[in-house]
Design a protein around this ligand. Structure first.
Ligand code: HEC
Length: 98
């Protein structure tokens, strides 16, 4: 194989692989929510559904949990453990699933 065809092959492979990324794999950090909110954020028992949660509402509520301005039993202790970047990932992820 020439150098060019090697590059072309590598490009082709990455293009073929691309659709897999569009499927939004569950981010590792979101797995920590499953025990209470259900495997796909569908909610369970008294714990709210968070799948399909509006992204901006999620970010606003997270901030309220963090600064303890929203009544909470547990999320006020969980929320401060995530960085802003992780919270964005969580907000994007839960907004993207149903
Ligand atoms: C130990 C159980 C538990 C875990 C783990 C947990 N939650 Fe919660 N979550 C709750 C409970 C209970 C509430 C209701 C508020 C409260 O009492 O803290 C709640 C409320 C929420 C709400 C607000 C829902 C609403 O509309 O009132 C969001 C958003 C949320 N959780 C997101 C998450 C995310 C994202 C994770 C993972 C990073 C997570 N939670 C992990 C138990 C949990």
């Amino acid at each position: 194989m020439t150098r060019i065809s090697l590059i072309a092959a590598a490009l082709g492979a990455s293009l073929l692989a691309a659709p897999a990324f569009a499927e939004q794999p569950t981010p590792l950090i979101a797995q920590g929510c499953a025990g209470c909110h259900g495997q796909s954020g569908e909610g369970q028992g008294a714990v709210a559904r968070i799948a399909g949660y509006d992204r901006d509402a999620f970010l606003a509520i997270w901030q309220e949990f963090r600064d303890n301005s929203r009544p909470a039993t547990i999320m006020n202790r969980i929320a401060p453990g995530y960085t802003d970047e992780e919270v964005q990932i969580l907000a994007d992820y839960f907004a993207s699933i149903q």
